[in-house]
Design a protein. Structure first.
Length: 80
């Protein structure tokens, strides 16, 4: 039983945190902030090109884009 518990808890060895001015923040927080900024940039580009009618329902497209970009940023920057 102890061997199984030790194997399951081995993933908790190090926390995925980044130190910023003495405080530690989780990696996913930076990924979400970056994805929201990138989504706003994409929205402005699409709006500028007047192609926003091609983006389907906004309530589905933009949250999905935020999730996709957050995962992509995490894979590019915080791959362990």
């Amino acid at each position: 039983m102890a061997a199984v518990a030790a194997g399951l808890l081995s993933g908790c060895e190090s926390s995925p945190s980044i130190g910023v001015l003495g405080a530690y923040f989780p990696d996913w927080l930076f990924c979400i902030v970056a994805s929201v900024v990138l989504t706003v940039v994409i929205y402005l580009i699409v709006k500028r090109l007047q192609a926003d009618h091609l983006m389907g329902p906004s309530a589905v497209v933009y949250p999905t884009l935020v999730a996709f970009l957050a995962l992509a940023v995490w894979l590019m920057l915080f791959q362990h």
